[in-house]
Design a protein around this ligand. Structure first.
Ligand code: PLP
Length: 438
């Protein structure tokens, strides 16, 4: 093995250099399918290679095939951040290589996870009765919540808005549950009066706080009321917007969420924590245990302590709480609030430019850091415009569809994004709109 300290310094230097220069790299990878693989050996090396060879190929072969999610002008999907404390904590996590399946397989990992989930609970304003644990993604968290709901009331359907994320459809499919979509209003929010007509036999309702296309907020108080009357489980998908609840002025979006049976919040979306880290809170941990606890002889342990393997589908569990802990400590609540406020300000600013420009329109309210907009013209014209912008490498935006029309989306969420970056994206869009279609 080569020198670990020297390789380690080189790797950390690589990361520091990367973070400094990422702004100058094309955001969207400019390669064709198969390009990267064709440049790599088809068979594994027979003899050991130095770690430096891995770093060299990262630069020379892989980097052109990287779409830079940590780029300040990554505005597609939900923009995310691998922050420095989170990056360093990932190194420590790998060094410890803990499997936090049982309390005894690393008491500190279980107890830190419980503590950090309680810290975030306080920061986002959920009451103390919520128990939290970490899953890899919101897809798994929602799957786990619906499995617990099915345990409580088997046989019924899952109801959600037509704008709910596809992870709800996927979870229902995996669990063999019927899924029914409830129409939304003109502001893309689930219509509770339709839900009330459909809810009688429901097992669960999924409400979204911060929907994927527009970041709309379903009317959770009315949905909670209907769920309580019907005895249905209420799961709140706040995968994106949950992080924003650290800011008091955005807390309106969590009204009624204290009445939910479960809530998912993804720090890997908007809380500056590297992929992957999804928090599942529940008022009914006993139902999660009923759905998932399975203790064969080789996993038995006698301590009066929580075994987190009992709360979700995976047995092996990474020490994810360490990176979230590092992020919370190194930014502090005020640091996180300042970043989120700035992202919301940048989104509002961008929306004001679009609104003021003839021939462009903002097509959905902007409660958080995502702007849905389009240029007058056909879907094809908007698609070409977007492709032209993305091909410049100067910014990356992704589309969605609203009311049957193609819509452009600008999502602010990277911690290095500045007003100059948002300005640049707007310039690129306007330049593409002025350019003759190819
Ligand atoms: N819920 C919402 C509202 C989302 O926007 C997304 C992804 O963007 C998900 C759930 C799924 O997230 P994950 O990739 O963590 O499974």
């Amino acid at each position: 093995m080569s020198d670990f300290r020297a390789d380690g310094r080189a790797a950390v230097d690589w990361v520091a250099d990367y973070l400094e220069r990422v702004r100058d790299l094309p955001v969207l990878a400019r390669v064709e399918p198969g390009d990267i693989r064709s440049r790599l050996p088809a068979a594994p090396p027979g003899e050991p290679e130095p770690f430096a060879a891995v770093l060299r190929d990262l630069d020379e072969v892989l980097l052109p095939g990287i779409t830079h999610w940590n780029h300040p002008r990554f505005f597609a999907y939900f923009a995310i951040s691998g922050s420095e404390p989170g990056i360093l904590a990932e190194l420590l996590i790998a060094a410890l290589n803990v499997n936090a399946m049982l309390w005894r397989t690393s008491p500190a990992a279980t107890e830190l996870e419980e503590l950090v989930l309680d810290w975030v609970r306080q920061l986002i304003g959920l009451p103390g009765r919520f128990h939290g644990h970490i899953e890899d993604t919101a897809s798994t968290s929602t799957f786990a919540a619906l499995a617990a709901a099915r345990e409580r009331r088997p046989g019924g359907a899952v109801l959600c808005s037509e704008h709910a994320h596809s992870s709800v459809d996927k979870a229902a499919r995996m669990l063999g549950m019927e899924l029914r979509k409830i129409p939304a209003d003109a502001k893309f929010r689930l219509r509770p009066e339709v839900l009330e007509r459909e809810i009688d036999d429901a097992t669960a309702v999924v409400a979204t706080v911060g929907s994927t296309s527009t970041t709309s907020v379903d009317p959770v108080p009315a949905i909670a009321e209907a769920c309580e009357l019907a005895g249905a489980w209420l799961h709140v998908d706040a995968a994106y917007a949950g992080s924003a609840m650290v800011c008091d002025e955005l807390r309106w979006a969590f009204e009624g969420v204290d009445r939910a049976d479960s809530v998912v919040v993804n720090p890997h979306k908007w809380l500056f924590t590297p992929m992957d880290c999804s928090l599942l809170y529940t008022r009914r941990p006993e139902d999660l245990r009923a759905a998932f606890s399975l203790v064969p002889a080789y996993l038995r342990s006698d301590e009066a302590a929580t075994n987190l393997m009992d709360y979700g589908p995976a047995l092996g569990r990474r020490f994810r709480s360490l990176k979230l802990w590092a992020v919370l400590r190194c930014y502090g609540a005020e640091g996180l609030r300042a970043l989120i406020r700035e992202h919301v300000r940048l989104a509002q600013l961008f929306a004001s430019w679009v609104e003021a420009e003839p021939g462009w329109e903002v097509v959905a309210p902007v409660p958080f850091s995502v702007v849905c907009f389009r240029r007058d013209g056909s879907d094809d014209e908007n698609r070409v415009l977007l492709e032209q912008v993305n091909a410049t490498g100067g910014a990356f935006l992704s589309p969605t569809e609203l009311d049957g029309r193609l819509v452009l989306r600008l999502a602010v969420g990277n911690l290095r994004t500045t007003e100059a970056d948002v300005t640049r994206a707007w310039e690129l869009l306007r330049e593409a709109a002025r350019a003759p279609a190819p």
